[in-house]
Ligand binder design. Structure first.
Ligand SMILES: Nc1ncnc2c1ncn2[C@@H]1O[C@H](COP(=O)(O)OP(=O)(O)OP(=O)(O)O)[C@@H](O)[C@H]1O
Length: 253
């Protein structure tokens, strides 16, 4: 694989209580590319995604063995700052979840909690982040209106702008289009490709056309294992494993 690796797991295992949800996963996520995680329901896609910024820490029953490195550093090192990790590795969820605040305040929230008070700088960050999320033109005249007055697709782009405002290196997206119509979905897919010029994107999707259209690399998971990981074109045109081929040709799933 060419290019550098930003996130890497080695023999990663995760349990929810007795349930062995991730089994010996070793994967290298390339920097500034889009990686899609696909596979049937319950195979562990979201669990793997949440491992990358330690969101599974929030689930009491979960325990992990193996290693996860971000830019070469072990994210489970006792000296690692989990809040800094989640800032550098942002997350966008299935259902848009803007705060019940104005459009402006949603984007300014992150920089503000880092002590940014200067209005001119905040205004600039808000504008750049909304432009980065392809939302600026639609909201520039209504920045102080409630975020919840936006459409679902706009709310999802606002959540992406909120991530961008704290200058992440990577953004994890867990089925970000599943609640959206096809037009809003197409906008988010275009945006994902655009964002990946300067950020790493890892996206969980049930939609194989979406993985094929928007990602550079694809990992196929099955029953907690990573069956195959390769360039998206390879996975879809010439998969190395029969299981992958059966899944992408719709023989099960
Ligand atoms: N908080 C939890 N507690 C216990 N088990 C869980 C928890 N979250 C997920 N699991 C189990 O872990 C396994 C993997 O779940 P995960 O949500 O990662 O799969 P997925 O591939 O993302 O599924 P889907 O495509 O349906 O969202 C499943 O068997 C699921 O039931």
């Amino acid at each position: 694989m060419t290019g550098s690796t930003i996130l890497e797991t080695t023999n990663l295992n995760l349990w929810y209580g007795q349930k062995h949800a991730l089994i010996d996963i070793s994967i290298r996520i390339p920097k500034n590319r889009v990686t899609a995680l696909i596979g049937p329901s319950g195979c562990g896609k979201s669990t793997l995604l949440r491992c990358f910024n330690r969101m599974n820490d929030l689930i009491d029953s979960s325990s992990v063995t193996g290693e996860i490195r971000f830019n070469g550093n072990d994210i489970h090192d006792p000296r690692a700052d989990v809040y800094a990790i989640r800032e550098k590795i942002g997350m966008v969820f299935q259902k848009p979840n803007p705060f019940p605040k104005s459009i402006y305040e949603n984007v300014a929230y992150g920089p503000r909690i880092h002590g940014m008070r200067e209005k001119g700088t905040l205004d600039r960050i808000v504008e750049e982040s909304l432009k980065g999320a392809a939302l600026w033109d639609e909201v520039k005249d209504r920045l102080h209106e409630p975020a919840l007055s936006l459409s679902g697709g706009q709310q999802q782009r606002l959540c992406i702008a909120r991530c961008l405002a704290v200058e992440p290196e990577a953004i994890l997206m867990d089925e970000p289009c599943s609640a959206l119509d096809p037009i809003a979905t197409a906008k988010i897919e275009d945006l994902i490709i655009q964002i990946a010029r300067e950020h790493t994107v890892v996206i969980v999707t049930h939609n194989m056309q979406q993985a094929a259209r928007a990602s550079d690399y694809t990992g196929f998971m099955y029953l907690g294992r990573l069956v195959e990981f390769d360039k998206t074109t390879k996975i879809f045109e010439d998969p190395g494993e029969e299981l992958t081929e059966n899944y992408i040709t719709g023989r099960f799933g």
